[in-house]
Design a protein around this ligand. Structure first.
Ligand SMILES: NC(=O)c1ccc[n+]([C@@H]2O[C@H](COP(=O)([O-])OP(=O)(O)OC[C@H]3O[C@@H](n4cnc5c(N)ncnc54)[C@H](O)[C@@H]3O)[C@@H](O)[C@H]2O)c1
Length: 454
């Protein structure tokens, strides 16, 4: 099928490249000229494992092209994906201005022939009908008398940065929300190779025969996305709350997590205590759901508590540093990992940056090493943090280390050598990622979250 993906960020680029890989003819559209120039050369503007190779393969195969011209995109695609950002506004609502601009643009450039317009962006509940209205308004702006024929489908994205290709080819489910049988049929055809595990090299062992496709109305599909992220954020805030109690009573949250996670009703995932959730989705999506609930006269108390536990969790590391080092003014703290999770270059709402900000305000000097950011592969330079080129430079003269991102590389560092470079070998493991015994044997004072009471 002919597909256009408007917005080639973390979601749009992965979606476009993967759809090209399963045989569709894909045009990626973005208004960022630098991004499109890189993509045309086969260079990925983001760090996502496996994406660069797939991008180049599909460019060479002629199934994938890029443009900044939205008119070309609208003319090309039978299926038009909207995959632009929906960041949070200060009051918690989503900024839907990028979606609005694209929807109007689609309307202004719509040519004859049926189209399916797909909301891939995470958009407030009710956006499907709103996008339809904007497209029609766009058509009217153009003054065209031609009748237009399109349907809107909500197809929320659940990929995890760092394993985005795997999540696209082997998703747990595909959610499609629409009232149009025709649009739903087109979407089922589009995704058929993924649904039937026919992507070469990507048939997950032990996977069910086909990927479940959840067909709903527009509003429910939009709500599924928010509910999923709100639930996952709740699970993390829950275990963090338990960890804070463990810290006080001398219990080990990792043993608790295992003990409860083996209960199949609870499950093991998202039960690792730490410095809390961040990133490009959870904070804004939970805030947007609370905001929507408020708009409709409902006080989402549980979700508000989930957010407040998470905000407090940032301070746990600072408290542990204060209890260990006392005055932080004039101390040097080294941060291991800056990105909000491993295997991405995404710094949006990264807990490490908020921690650095707290520490700066308390007068500490903050240095950091991150496997991707230290190589200069980042879109935004973090402020208030000196970026070191390697873990050794990070440790020189440090009063404490804080691990904030669980990069696999951090398991394999020579901690004995690193301890000898520090003024004071203390390590606060903000992700309960390292083995305490190994760290203690290497000469560190090791403190986890909900793990070692002070
Ligand atoms: N990043 C994730 O892991 C993830 C996962 C699931 C869902 N989502 C949702 O997907 C959406 C996109 O997220 P993202 O992380 O890919 O965002 P992003 O900021 O990485 O990408 C958005 C892209 O849209 C482009 N853009 C903005 N306005 C445009 C316009 N008028 N025309 C063409 N291009 C335009 C930007 O230049 C950018 O390249 C958001 O709603 C997000 O909540 C993201």
């Amino acid at each position: 099928m002919r597909v256009s993906v408007i917005g080639t960020g973390y979601v749009g680029l992965v979606t476009g490249v993967c759809l090209a890989h399963i045989g569709h003819q894909v045009l990626g559209v973005d208004n960022n000229t630098q991004k499109i120039a890189l993509l045309k050369q086969g260079l990925s503007p983001i760090f996502e494992p496996g994406l660069g190779e797939l991008l180049q393969d599909n460019l060479k195969a002629g199934r994938l092209e890029f443009t900044t011209d939205v008119a070309l995109g609208v003319a090309h695609g039978e299926i038009l994906f909207i995959a632009v950002g929906t960041p949070a506004l200060s009051g918690g609502a989503s900024d839907t201005s990028y979606v609005e601009a694209v929807a109007r643009g689609i309307g202004e450039h719509l040519t004859p022939g049926y189209r399916v317009v797909v909301n891939k962006s995470t958009v407030p509940i009710g956006s499907g009908d709103w996008v339809r209205m904007l497209i029609l308004e766009g058509c009217r702006t153009r003054g065209s008398s031609q009748s237009v024929d399109f349907d809107v489908v909500s197809n929320p994205e659940f990929l995890r940065e760092g394993v985005a290709i795997q999540d696209t080819f082997c998703p747990d489910r595909i959610v499609l929300g629409s009232s149009s049988e025709r649009a739903l049929r087109w979407m089922q055809t589009l995704y058929a190779p993924i649904v039937h595990h026919q992507v070469p090299g990507w048939a997950p062992p032990g996977a069910p025969e086909s990927v479940p496709v959840v067909v709903t109305d527009l509003n429910s599909a939009e709500m599924i996305k928010y509910a999923a992220n709100a639930f996952l954020a709740t699970k993390i805030s829950f275990i963090n709350e338990i960890a804070n109690i463990c810290d006080r009573v001398g219990a080990d949250v990792q043993q608790i997590a295992r003990g409860i996670g083996l209960d199949s009703r609870i499950g093991q995932k998202f039960l690792r205590a730490g410095i809390g959730w961040g990133g490009s989705c959870f904070p804004k999506d939970v805030a947007a759901l609370i905001h929507t609930a408020d708009d409709y006269g409902y006080n989402a108390q549980l979700l508000k508590a989930v957010v407040s536990v998470n905000q407090r969790q940032r301070w746990v590391v600072v408290e542990k540093l204060q209890q260990t080092l006392k005055i932080l003014n004039g101390k040097t703290i080294g941060i291991l990992g800056l990105t909000f999770k491993p295997d991405t270059d995404d710094l949006r709402d990264a807990p490490a940056l908020l921690l650095a900000d707290h520490l700066n305000r308390l007068g500490a000097r903050v240095k950091a090493y991150d496997p991707v950011i230290s190589q200069g592969r980042t879109q935004a330079e973090p402020s208030g943090v000196v970026i070191e080129a390697n873990p050794e430079d990070l440790c020189k003269g440090c009063d404490a280390l804080v691990l904030t991102t669980e990069w696999e590389q951090f398991r394999h560092l020579d901690y004995s050598a690193l301890a000898s470079l520090m003024d004071n070998p203390v390590l606060i493991d903000g992700r309960n990622f390292l083995d305490p015994k190994t760290l203690e044997a290497a000469g560190f004072r090791y403190l986890g979250i909900g793990y070692h009471s002070l």
